[in-house]
Design a protein around this ligand. Structure first.
Ligand SMILES: Nc1ncnc2c1ncn2[C@@H]1O[C@H](COP(=O)(O)OP(=O)(O)OP(=O)(O)O)[C@@H](O)[C@H]1O
Ligand SMILES: [Mg+2]
Length: 236
């Protein structure tokens, strides 16, 4: 199997701050891969570089194509979509308009079908299609962010902290939807999380990132059992 995403010796700096120090990893077709790490480890920076939002050194390949110099909207058209940290929805727009924005670059006739599919995944949003997104609860806004990124029909979906700030019950709902998107619809997922337990449970494979470097990698279930992962990320 070929990797859908291949990262080799990635380096990202903010001025004099060297945030990502030569990381390499890959995501295979059909996988859920989690990237876990503490605050400031470099998770968001990694996703932003992949999405074309930050300059980088090293190699980023999407389905064999080098992304160096590719613009963010072109990367979306190539099949990669990201739900950003902090939700990043369009607050003054309605739920329906937010979802339509996710499909802005598409000219195929399947947008209506995908809207229906998203509303089946998130029935809560169906009741709130006309509500202004900024007035939704945190969990509902997160649902909008995920649904909006699905409206781009990605082959690879990147989620930055989908569980951030949500109550445990909503967190399990979101994770079970993520699992369905992968197993029923074949979307490959790269998931960034501080909720290491959930992220490792759901992942086929995972990488642990510390101060801009990958410290450990393995199957999600194996890392859940790893002593140093338990001590650092799972509360012993
Ligand atoms: N715009 C910026 N300018 C300068 N430094 C930045 C900028 N954005 C991030 N950094 C620094 O880069 C490092 C990695 O940050 P990043 O946001 O990638 O971490 P993270 O793993 O996503 O953390 P969190 O879990 O808190 O979201 C941090 O030290 C951060 O302070
Ligand atoms: Mg982050």
């Amino acid at each position: 199997m070929n990797p859908i995403l291949k990262i080799k010796d990635l380096n990202v700096s903010y001025g004099s701050i060297h945030a990502i120090k030569g990381i390499s990893f890959s995501v295979m077709q059909g996988e859920i891969v989690s990237l876990i790490g503490a605050n400031g480890a470099g998770k968001t920076t990694t996703l932003k570089a992949i999405s074309g939002l930050l300059p980088f050194k090293g190699l980023i390949e999407l389905e064999g194509r080098n992304l160096s110099g590719t613009k963010p909207h072109q990367i979306v058209q190539m099949g990669l979509s990201q739900a950003p940290e902090g939700r990043g929805i369009f607050a003054p727009l309605t739920v329906k308009e937010n979802l339509e924005m996710g499909a802005y670059h598409r000219s195929d006739g399947k947008i209506g079908d995908d809207m229906e599919y998203c509303l089946k995944l998130f029935p809560r949003l169906k009741e709130r299609l006309k509500q202004v997104a900024g007035t939704l609860s945190g969990g509902e806004q997160q649902m909008v962010a995920i649904a909006r990124s699905l409206m781009a029909r990605p082959r690879l979906l990147m989620l930055d902290e989908p569980s951030l700030g949500l109550a445990p019950q909503i967190v399990s709902q979101i994770f079970s939807i993520i699992k369905r998107i992968n197993s029923e619809d074949g979307v490959t997922l790269l998931l960034v999380e501080q909720n290491a337990r959930m992220a490792l449970k759901i992942a086929h494979r995972a990488y642990v990132i510390e101060t801009g470097q990958i410290k450990l990698e393995g199957k999600g279930v194996d890392l859940l059992d790893n002593d140093s992962v338990r001590a650092a990320y799972l509360g012993g």
